[in-house]
Write a protein that binds this ligand. Structure first.
Ligand code: COA
Length: 252
């Protein structure tokens, strides 16, 4: 698929994905969502891609939400279908098995905030602004916001954001705007130097565990711990520690 609304570049194992509609503050129309789905598939399946960094084009906005023009024309059934398609694309990204960092370079509103939350890590530039302003449009979040936000920040703050529609400033890691991509890449290179099977299973434990009871989550974690004990990566990682050298992981 050739992309009209995304920039997609692979550099030394990292896919740099940029939502590229700066004149509309990178709002997610149906075409962007379809291209993001394709990009998520590539990230998941191409061996040459070890992780991805997702950002928005221009200095002002990461993604300013679902495209309000599209929303204004929808009825109840295509509205529900749009939400389900969007949820599936974000879920595809979340479960792609490789780390995805959202480099948030401005507005992350509505679907943009939801997209950032489906990534594994968020790094914000100093001008980042987060919000779920759907209620201002008479709708509620539809791309997972009511589910991921309380899991990430707790129910109280999630409800405050969702019910008021207010924007808040950057919260997680904040860096100067000019350093955002370099900092994201530095973090990604650090992750890619870790045991890849451990990274994959840790992401899966966190992702699945939030849907489980504590006992179920602990069992999943213990199963992963046991599975990793059967890998060359664990042998290499522990040996490297004991031999006081850097580990060279093979991902097996
Ligand atoms: N959908 C469609 N178009 C959008 C958009 C969205 N979610 N967000 C911004 N745009 C468009 C604007 O309509 C405008 O287009 P135009 O130049 O053709 O008129 C352009 O992007 C620039 O936005 P503008 O509103 O002029 O910028 P601003 O700096 O004054 O305000 C925001 C920035 C983010 C506060 C404002 O654009 C906004 O509130 N956007 C909607 C956010 C939202 O509700 N998102 C959730 C949707 S579910």
């Amino acid at each position: 698929m050739s992309y009209q609304t995304l920039l997609f570049e692979i550099r030394d194992g990292i896919a740099f994905v940029t939502v590229n509609r700066p004149d509309k503050l990178n709002a997610l129309n149906d075409q962007v969502m379809s291209e993001l789905g394709d990009a998520a598939e590539r990230i998941a399946t191409e061996a040459g891609i070890k992780g991805a960094i997702l950002t928005g084009s221009g200095p002002k906005s990461f993604v300013a939400g679902a495209d309000i023009g599209d929303l204004s024309r929808q009825g109840p059934f295509d509205g529900k279908a749009r939400a389900q398609r969007g949820q599936a694309v974000l879920r595809q990204l979340e479960t792609c098995g490789k780390p995805v960092i959202a480099a948030i370079n401005g507005f992350a509103l509505g679907g943009g905030c939801e997209l950032a939350m489906a990534c594994h890590i968020r790094i914000a530039s100093e001008n980042a602004k987060f919000g779920q302003p759907e209620v201002k449009l008479g709708i509620a979040p539809g791309y997972g916001g009511t589910q991921r936000l309380p899991r990430l920040v707790g129910k109280g703050i999630a409800l405050q954001l969702i019910l008021t529609g207010e924007m808040i400033d950057a919260q997680d890691k904040v860096v100067p705007a000019a350093d955002l991509l370099a900092e994201s890449e530095k973090m990604m290179r650090g992750i890619l130097a870790m045991g890849p099977l451990a990274v994959r299973l840790a992401m899966e434990a966190v992702d699945q565990g939030t849907e489980m009871t504590l006992d179920e989550g602990l069992l999943l974690e213990a199963n992963h711990f046991g599975l990793l004990a059967a890998t060359d990566d664990m042998k290499e990682g522990t040996a490297a520690f004991l031999e006081k050298r850097a580990a060279r992981f093979q991902g097996r």
